[in-house]
Every structure is written in C-alpha cells, then in structure tokens.
Write a protein that binds this ligand. Structure first.
Ligand SMILES: *Cc1c(COP(=O)(O)O)cnc(C)c1O
Length: 426
C-alpha cells in the first residue's frame, strides 16, 4: 500500500470496519447485546473510571455502533463521533454539554420544523433560551450575541427550501463570540458539504435521512471537529471543571481534541439515555456504503425535476439552489459544487388549496413527513410540519401557504416528471 489518503467513496465503504477478529465475518456484525464481560475486576474499574476504552453497556457504546461512529468521523473530517437514537437526540445531547439553565444559543430561523419546535418549547423547559437569526443576514447573528450565548446552530443546506447557508461567514461570527458553531448537515451529507472544512466545530445529523438513505431506521450522530478550546474562561464547565462522577477528571484536559465527543458519551448519552440500537447502526452503515452513488442520482434527478417545474404554467416559483437563476446558486457553487441536494420547495399559483390538491393527486411521490429516502416524497409544510407556526413565521421559515416541499428519490427522473405533470394538470 502507498501512503495515499483514501478518497470519500473508499471511506464510505471501509472506514472503521475490519473483518470480525473472531469469526472473519467481512460485514460488520450486529452485536445485539446489552452488556460485555470484563476481563477482571481491575479492567472493570478502569473502564468505569475512564482510564481505559472498552465496552461496558450498549447505552454507552457498542461495537457495531462504534464502526458507524468511526466512519462518520472520517467522512466529516472530525476527530471522533457519537451515534445516538435520532437527530433530535443528537441536538439535545450536544446542547446539554454547552448550556446551563439561563444560557442562550443562537439558531438560524430556517430549520427543520421539528428543530424549531424542540428549540422553542422543549428546550425552554430546560431553561435554554433560543435567539433566532436570519441566515441570509449575517449581521443578525452578530447582533444576537450576548454574554450568555454558548453556541450558534445552523443547517448547511436548510429546510425546507434547500437554501444554502454561508457557513464561513457564520463561523467567523462564532469565532469572534468565542462560541462553537454547530452545523446540522443532514440535508447535505458530507458527500455534498463538509462543514468542518468551513469552520464548524460540531456537526450533527439525522442519520434517518440520506445517510441511512432507505427510510427504514432512525438515528443521529454528533461529530467533534476537535477544533474548539473548551477550557477558555471556564465558559463550558461540563468540559473544563473536575467531574465528580469520574474521580474529578477534567474532560478537556484528559481527552484533548476529542473531548467534546467524550463528554457527549460519558455525560450526555450515559445520563440522558438515547442510545442507538445496534440493529439500526447496521442498517445505517449499509446505507452509507452507497451514499456517494445515491447522492449523485438524487442531485441529478432533483435538478431535472426543478427545471421541469420552473417551466410549468401552474408553478409560480421554484427554490432550488442548483438552478443558475436561484438566489443561492453562488453559495451552492462554493459550498456544494457536486450538487445542491435533493430537497427543495416550489410555490403554486393556486396557493394553499392547490398545494393540498397536488399532494393528494401525486401517485409515485409519497405524501409523508420525511426526506432523504430512495423514494420521492412530497409534503405541504403549511398544513403539516410547519402548521404550528403563525402565518408570518411560516413565510419567514420558507413554508408559506402556497409552498410544496419535495424530496427527490433515485427513481427514473422521467417517471417523477410524468407524475408531477399529471398531478399539476388535474
Ligand atoms: C429529520 C431532521 C432532524 C431530526 O432528526 P430525527 O432523526 O427525525 O430525530 C433534524 N434536522 C434535520 C435537518 C432533519 O431533516
């Protein structure tokens, strides 16, 4: 072998995996076990005291899940990763390491509808306050910074309209404020966008979407870029102060550039409990092997469908950053040169009623609340995912009454276009 660094597609198939040392199994087995036998009492004590790495109990770590974690860290260019039960669980675990009651974080207002809910309602009950900023106005992030700001949260390719966020500009705001930048990279996947290369300190994913890719398993992951200094000014006591539950060790001091991933595991996941099942880790690993191929097809189909819609008389506008005329096309060419993703919105001249009617007339597209499946999906956000927002907030987050969201699958694009054509003409 040469000392050539493996490329993305090679990592997608191999990173983290070895033939099973006892059986020779080539595919990573599903270690469907809750717990692991210790070698002896000393071994047990050192595992519990964080003096040695090893398997204890599947809530804290599992060998199948560990392969997924190593693979995702490699694909994102991070130092370590922690898999959890869902994308939302990843967001809770990350912020729990960073915020104390009364603290704040700044979030882009163009986000997955579920994240808007989680930040507005559930997090409020933890005493974590969200300040909203507009990803198209970098100054709005600067203006939202206060002495209690502990993090900035954005999506790389943002829900629901597939708009592209200027990650480097917001990373600069985070750097000046002395807080980490967290990027939800779900809609892009590391195949299209690598936030760590643009200044992100933490990357989170819903693995449920393009990474698993087949609409069959929930999962989430946290990737530690290893870039942030957690010890400064004692701003992040979970990482910088002695931990009473681990004989007084300090997480940052002990674990250096993967301290954040360790904190998420041994403080967050251990105590909050949203562990990923080994079976789901296996399904998602299998999905990741074909991620590059699927993303190429998703993007190619999405562009063809967006072009078709842009030329249709029932369509008022199409928001797809992959179209040369789109306001985000310049950012797309910078951050996502291989393709602008496969989730985008368009608006209908017929408004709310036309949106509702379109989703009921489509046959090949499934009407459901998910994205990133091999199958093409459609939803009318104003009557579903974003229905809890008031009218102004709907429009601000890109989910106005006339807006329809598509997630384009890997079927034949001619069939997708034919289905849209028949549904639009009804
Ligand atoms: C789906 C999704 C989430 C939440 O993930 P779950 O796995 O459903 O908990 C978060 N962010 C984005 C961008 C998503 O699409």
């Amino acid at each position: 072998m040469t000392d050539r660094l493996p490329g993305f597609s090679t990592l997608a198939v191999h990173a983290g995996a070895q033939p099973d040392p006892t059986t020779g199994a080539r595919v990573t087995p599903i270690y469907q076990t809750t717990s692991f036998v210790f070698n002896d009492a000393d071994h047990a004590a050192s595992l519990f005291g964080l003096q040695a790495f090893g398997n204890i109990y599947t809530r804290i770590g599992n060998p199948t899940t560990a392969v997924l974690e190593e693979r995702m860290a490699a694909l994102e260019g991070g130092t370590a990763a922690l898999a959890v039960a869902s994308g939302h669980a990843a967001q809770v675990v990350v912020l729990q390491q960073l915020l104390m009651p009364g603290d704040e974080f700044i979030a882009a207002r163009k986000l997955y509808g579920g994240s808007i809910n989680q930040f507005t309602h559930a997090f409020k009950s933890f005493g974590w306050n969200v300040a909203w900023a507009d990803p198209d106005d970098i100054g709005s992030f600067e203006r939202a910074v206060t002495p209690r700001t502990k993090a900035i949260f954005i999506e790389s390719i943002a829900n629901p309209a597939g708009s592209i966020t200027d990650i480097e500009a917001i990373a600069e705001v985070a750097r000046k404020a002395g807080v980490p930048l967290i990027v939800d990279n779900t809609l892009a996947t590391p195949y299209l966008v690598r936030p760590v290369d643009h200044g992100a300190d933490i990357v989170v994913h819903s693995l449920t979407k393009f990474l698993g890719g087949h609409g069959n398993s929930l999962g989430g992951i946290i990737v530690d870029a290893g870039t942030f200094d957690w010890s400064k000014d004692n701003k992040y006591p979970m990482l910088s102060e002695p931990r009473p539950e681990y004989h007084g060790i300090r997480i940052q001091e002990t674990f250096g550039n993967f301290a954040f991933a360790i904190a998420c595991r041994v403080l967050g996941l251990r105590d909050l409990g949203p562990a990923l099942s080994p079976f789901n880790a296996f399904m998602i690993l299998t999905g990741i092997e074909t991620l590059p191929l699927r993303m190429q097809k998703h993007c190619e189909n999405a562009k063809a469908v967006a072009e078709f819609l842009a030329g249709h008389s029932a369509v008022a506008s199409v928001n797809y950053a992959g179209l040369a005329s789109d306001r985000y096309n310049k950012l797309a060419r910078k951050y996502a040169p291989k393709g602008a993703g496969a989730v985008f919105t368009f608006s209908l001249r017929g408004g709310y009623d036309a949106g509702v009617s379109l989703v009921s007339n489509l046959k090949l597209f499934s009407h459901l609340a998910n994205v990133g499946d091999t199958r093409s999906l459609v939803i009318h956000p104003a009557s579903t995912t974003h229905s809890q927002l008031d009218d102004e907030a709907k429009v601000r987050s890109g989910a106005g009454p006339d807006v329809v969201r598509l997630s384009i699958g890997i079927e034949d694009k001619e069939d997708l276009i034919a289905d849209l054509e028949q549904a639009l003409s009804m």
